[in-house]
Design a protein around this ligand. Sequence first.
Ligand code: F6R
Length: 261
Amino acid sequence: MQVIIVTDYEEMSDRAAGIVTEAVRRKPDVVLGLATGSTPEGLYAKLVQAHKEDGLDFSRVVTFNLDEYVDLPPDHPQGYRYFMNEHLFNHVNIDVANTHVPDGRAECLSSQCERYEQMIRDAGGIELQVLGIGRDGHVAFNEPGTSLGSGTHITALTRETIEDNSRFFDSPDDVPRFAITMGIGSILQARRCIFMATGANKADAVKAALEGPVTATVTASALQMHPDTVAIVDEAAAAKLDLLDFYRWQQDNWDRIADRL
Ligand code: F6R
């Protein structure tokens, strides 16, 4: 894994936007895997800016979101379809038919999970997956204990995740208890991943994910097994990493040969 330490949220969003922008320019029909939450908001704002100011073309881009709450109405402001529309899709020239978010209101949730996996396969798989991390070390909604080989599945959210996400709802009681999420196995099949983390409240999770043992207790740790992941972590979130100096040193050296990579 390549670990890039950045100063702050702004620089993290910039670096991530640079990678996504380049992927879209190189392959206009690229298949992107997208996350929601506070972490990628800055990235999406920068993609919107790149579209408006530099004409970044999303007309053939295909997207799959990682997860969605079960049973929120489609127009609910905390639903992830709504989030994506607000932060990205409504502001770029993407074809809405090419954007996919799991359907948390499906009559049969398990067939929805199978269908979602099939749609990703039919699209040729995810080329570039954007990821954040929860305080309990989850990626997507793969809570502690989830199989590291899991495909898209239904999950119950932990108390910690419900508490964290209650900031977006009127009260913790309003946070859905269940979600559909791509599994760790699904995420590991993406050809490239960008993992982003920001803020001191993520420092323990980042330490466990990047330097701890690979374990279902911290599902983000499975990214250590992924052959092409770049972790973009701001100073506050990186504060507990043992290899912090090494990552910085390595990054300086990489930058010297960047034009030959
Ligand atoms: C959401 C997702 C989650 C978030 C995580 C962090 O699609 O995949 O794993 O990335 O809960 O959320 P924020 O960014 O709000 O701290």
